[in-house]
Design a protein around this ligand. Structure first.
Ligand code: ASP
Length: 441
């Protein structure tokens, strides 16, 4: 095991976690039931469940801990060293337009697939109502949390009233804004005053990169713990009644990840298929296990810089923005879910309905935070826009966590692809030629 590259170790953690989770689910009814026994066995079960949750949570916390400072320092260091405002605004414009373009493509792909496969057509209404009734309460709570984003408010909210609040709250768009402004104004300050600040930011950025390496050392165990917890709790049996729907989502995500992204990369950058996937595998595996693109962000930045050759400045700007607004996987999922629910309830959507879905799912995915489960909450906005029954949320809720894992992996892959494309177009991509990807640990 010692000489094995980190991404293999993480993969082993993932497979072992799935196997253990399934065994527990089969024999212990569910993960938490392990702790419910009495005597020594119950105590041992409690210890295992507690320790497992602890390892997974500590890991995700460790990554979240790094996310804000690494974005702040690397962006301040990167921006202040470029001293070219026009280039920065060009990068910003390209990034946002490509993000929106890939998101709309992802939804369209999802819509084509779900219309072709028709997983909700002829869906047994008794099964639909039983699944819905089982999750009705949780679904209601999620529906109540949905709030349509107001475009002006969203834009206004990028500007923090107090930059330190933005840092404390981990509001990533505001942190990016603060870092950009600080980096830019530093270029206007006399060099003897500005240089120590820039050197400090660079030093801190390097220190936090080392921190990522440290945290990644426990990644294989943490991935095991996270996956064992989810699979042990849910089991894979939950997939069965909704298998057609799950296949439509996963097939769409697979085409997106393994077809569309590499194709764009091939057309627009010198990065090849193998280099891309070997380079970002750690970030993908973490995204899959944690269901959180913002927790994965420090690793996404590290692999994009180290294994794909995206410059620190480009990665520090494009990737945090992506982890906040670019959710191609989520958008595809929202498109498929909306049409699936409509099919289940025998609703004809027509072309204008489907176009409304493309529009609203683009907005809803932009408004989705990079944490577990928010894509489902924002789905409410898409359903409401087309008049699809919200009860459908309860029907698909049981499989949401598993699909969340897959869509988060797609979200992170999309961010990395766009980072390569934009960086290459700006001369900010220097792919490490024919080099083994470096493990972050
Ligand atoms: N979990 C997703 C992410 O972090 C968001 C979602 O679709 O729920 O990217």
């Amino acid at each position: 095991m010692r000489g094995l590259a980190l991404h293999w170790k993480i993969l082993i953690g993932l497979v072992a976690g799935t196997a253990v989770g399934m065994l527990v689910n089969l024999f212990g009814a569910e993960w938490t039931a392990l702790a419910a026994g009495s005597g020594a066995l119950g105590w041992l079960g409690e210890l295992i469940v507690g320790l497992n949750a602890f390892v997974g949570d500590v890991f995700v916390r460790g990554l979240r801990f790094i996310a804000v400072p690494i974005v702040l320092f690397s962006l301040v260091a990167g921006v202040s060293s470029v001293r070219d405002l026009r280039k920065l605004s060009r990068i910003g414009g390209k990034t946002v337009s490509i993000y929106v373009g890939t998101t709309a493509t992802a939804i369209t792909l999802g819509l084509v697939l779900v219309n072709l496969l028709g997983p909700g057509e002829g869906f047994d209404p008794a099964m639909r109502d039983a699944l819905g009734a089982a999750q009705a309460e949780v679904a209601e709570e999620r529906i109540a949390r949905a709030q349509a984003p107001d475009v002006w408010d969203t834009l206004l909210n990028i500007v923090p009233e107090n930059p330190f609040n933005a840092l404390a709250e981990g509001n990533m768009l505001q942190v990016v804004f603060f870092a950009l402004v600080l980096g830019i104004v530093l270029t206007l300050v006399r060099p003897e005053r500005a240089d120590p600040v820039v050197a400090f930011a660079q030093g801190m950025s390097d220190a936090f990169i080392e921190f990522v390496h440290l945290v990644m050392r426990i990644a294989p165990y943490a991935v095991f713990a996270l996956i064992a917890g989810v699979v042990g709790q849910l089991g894979l049996g939950v997939l069965q009644p909704l298998i057609g729907y799950c296949i439509a989502v996963v097939a769409g995500l697979a085409v997106l990840i393994f077809g569309f992204y590499p194709l764009v990369l091939r057309l627009l950058t010198p990065i090849g298929y193998r280099q891309f996937f070997r380079g970002i595998s750690q970030a993908q595996l973490l995204a899959f296990s944690s269901s959180s693109s913002s927790a994965t962000l420090p690793v996404t930045m590290e692999v994009a810089e180290r294994n794909l050759g995206v410059s620190e400045q480009a990665a520090g700007f494009i990737l945090p923005l992506g982890a906040t607004i670019n959710m191609d996987g989520t958008a595809l999922y929202q498109g498929v879910a909306a049409v699936f629910i409509a099919q289940m309830y025998g609703m004809e959507l027509g072309l204008s309905g489907q176009l409304t879905i493309v529009l609203t799912a683009t907005l809803a995915s932009i408004g989705t935070a990079g944490v577990p489960g928010v894509g489902l909450i924002m789905l409410v906005i898409v359903l409401e826009a087309v008049g699809i029954p919200l009860e459908g949320i309860a029907v698909i809720l049981g499989v949401d966590r598993i699909l969340d894992m897959c869509r988060t992996a797609a979200n992170v892959t999309g961010d990395c692809m766009v980072a390569c494309v934009v960086a290459h177009s700006e001369g900010e991509l220097h792919p490490p030629v024919a080099r083994e990807p470096q493990p972050a640990g």
